[in-house]
Design a protein around this ligand. Structure first.
Ligand code: SF4
Length: 185
């Protein structure tokens, strides 16, 4: 049987990764990559990290943690602190994490990468896909768009929510950065 190609899967949180890891496994060998220097405070970063480690272990996938580097994140979004969630700060935040994922994929000689960011109903998957494709072109890698993984976002979110509840994964109450740390309606 032919070996499946590896894919570096950027995972923002275990909840968003629950279904995607399983779908990706049908075509790829996913490697979970946790690169989320946006998360504040560190205690919250660690809670999400532990949940993602559990997700990787339950799916028997390799796990890699990137360096937690909040100063680099604050520098990247400098001047955009007052933007609302979904505003101009977010594409910069996505690009930083996708860029780190592409660079790690390149370092490991893995052709494909993607992200669980698109699974969230709070995020625009088309914008993330555009950014991913652009970064892939710049780095000589290949970005697998959300539409190539899940055809029905609403239904996949419903399944993800159910499965992650059953698995008992930690569910955060805000996107991640200190500027988004307001409970959602
Ligand atoms: S709201 Fe979320 S996506 Fe936007 S900058 Fe903050 S952590 Fe990043």
């Amino acid at each position: 049987m032919a070996l499946k190609p590896k894919i570096l899967l950027h995972v923002c949180c275990a909840v968003c990764g629950t279904l995607m890891v399983k779908i990706l496994r049908e075509r790829f060998e996913p490697i979970v990559f946790y690169s989320n220097s946006n998360i504040h405070p560190e205690e919250e970063y660690r809670k999400r990290l532990e949940a993602v480690k559990k997700l990787a272990s339950e799916n028997q996938t390799e796990f890699i943690e990137d360096r937690y580097d909040p100063p680099a994140w604050y520098e990247a979004v400098s001047g955009l602190e007052k933007e609302p969630e979904g505003g101009k700060r977010c594409p910069v935040c996505f690009a930083l994490r996708l860029g780190k994922t592409a660079a790690e994929a390149k370092r490991l000689d893995i052709r494909f990468f993607t992200t669980t960011l698109s699974a969230s109903p709070h995020k625009n998957e088309h914008d993330i896909d555009r950014l991913g494709k652009m970064i892939a072109e710049e780095t000589g890698t290949e970005f697998v768009a959300f539409s190539e993984i899940c055809s029905d976002k609403k239904d996949s979110w419903r399944k993800t929510s159910e499965m992650s509840r059953k698995a008992g994964f930690y569910r955060q109450k805000y996107c991640g950065c200190e500027f988004s740390n307001q409970p959602r309606n």
